[in-house]
Design a protein around this ligand. Structure first.
Ligand SMILES: *Cc1c(COP(=O)(O)O)cnc(C)c1O
Length: 225
């Protein structure tokens, strides 16, 4: 068994009462491990690297659902645009324009989450609430025909301080709730809140996450990521 079945069973039970979904983060993990988990009923997988995602997608059944959760460069969108279900880490209008262009070529509507910066660490990507609002209100966004901003993604600080993590998730949830019904535009329909990883997904669920992104608890620790 190349994944931790006990943990998968437990996580499924834990998220069920919240009506949330599990995204299995499979970055750096081999295709055979992903395939085993797929056969165990997990269909949604998250990857951080474009080339790796491309290779894995080609080897898994076509109904596997792939999410790109890393930092996406505009010049690499073309490699995943034909199949990726959800892009989590969108942090600029320029990137949205590129995603839109390629989604159009592929005759798809591309689901995107704006990544919002909620941590206090300098290393995490993402938009401030003000920057996110500027994008959501931009006439340039509303001209796009092939993207849908269907939620937000956020990463809490990497800390043992559960209260700090909770405060950060709470802030994103509040922003999400405030913005949810503010836009009457075909490019925006805020439904999902992607929050929570192995170390903090329980707090994230309590604070309103609809999609938890879990890697190590399922596939074991990564050697390098
Ligand atoms: C790697 C990664 C995860 C999963 O992290 P774990 O701690 O292994 O659960 C979740 N979200 C993002 C954006 C990641 O890069």
């Amino acid at each position: 068994m190349n994944f931790n079945r006990e943990n998968v069973d437990r996580i499924r039970k834990e998220i069920e009462p919240f009506g949330a979904r599990l995204l299995a983060v499979s970055k750096t993990k081999p295709v055979n491990s992903i395939r085993e988990l797929y056969d165990y009923g997990q269909k949604a997988f998250g990857e951080n690297y474009v080339r790796e995602l491309q290779e894995k997608q080609a080897q898994l059944p076509a109904d596997a659902e792939w999410h790109f959760i890393g930092h996406l460069q505009s010049n690499k969108v073309k490699y995943i645009s034909s199949f990726v279900s959800q892009i989590h880490g969108v942090d600029s209008l320029r990137l949205l324009q590129e995603i839109d262009k390629l989604a159009g070529k592929n005759k798809r509507i591309q689901n995107c989450f704006l990544q919002i910066f909620i941590a206090t660490e300098e290393t995490k990507f993402g938009l401030s609430f003000e920057e996110a609002l500027a994008i959501l209100n931009s006439p340039l966004l509303h001209q796009l025909k092939n993207i849908l901003i269907n939620g937000f993604m956020g990463m809490a600080s990497f800390t043992d301080d559960a209260n700090k993590v909770r405060t950060e998730f709470k802030a994103l949830r509040k922003f999400f709730d405030e913005q949810k019904n503010q836009f009457n535009a075909p490019t925006i329909n805020l439904k999902e809140l992607s929050m929570g990883m192995t170390s903090d997904y329980k707090i994230a669920l309590e604070e309103g996450s609809t999609l938890v992104r879990i890697g190590s608890a399922i596939f074991g620790e990564r050697i390098n990521s």
